[in-house]
Design a binder for this molecule. Structure first.
Ligand SMILES: [Zn+2]
Length: 142
């Protein structure tokens, strides 16, 4: 009798700076660091606002509305977890909250032929492993 161990995806390693983001994912809230001084969103999280140099930053929930900035369709698995998920779409989406505010993610449930940069996309949550919920995006209803 053989048993098949679950293959986990590469797991995030939260640190003091990024813990809020992963906690938000578990709660299915997309949290982005925001400057309390000038209101600018900052991603990836860092300790100083690159707009006004304030260190008074706090996570804020964003809408989950975005546009597709760029994408690539992965045809080969670089990790065993992805072997049965091919092809899948890696993407950079720009959140509507701020020009240039981009998040690395996956596009799901959209055939490659329908993907175009600039298309509206919306947030969907996917549980990819026990205790790991990730923000992904799909075509926004038109
Ligand atoms: Zn600022």
């Amino acid at each position: 009798m053989t048993s098949k161990a679950a293959i986990y995806p590469p797991l995030p390693l939260p640190n003091e700076m990024t813990q809020f983001f992963w906690d938000g994912c578990q709660a299915r809230k997309l949290m982005i660091l925001r400057c309390k001084g000038c209101g600018r969103y900052i991603h990836y999280p860092r300790p100083v606002c690159n707009g006004c140099l304030s260190t008074d930053l706090a996570p804020a929930e964003v809408s989950g509305e975005a546009t597709l900035y760029g994408y690539t369709v992965a045809m080969q698995a670089f990790h065993p977890y992805f072997a049965d998920k091919l092809p899948y779409t890696l993407a950079l989406v720009e959140l509507v909250e701020q020009a240039g505010l981009r998040l690395t993610t996956n596009i799901v449930d959209v055939p490659e032929a329908e993907l175009t940069t600039g298309m509206p996309v919306r947030l969907v949550w996917r549980e990819v492993a026990p205790d790991l919920v990730l923000p992904m995006f799909t075509k926004a209803a038109s």
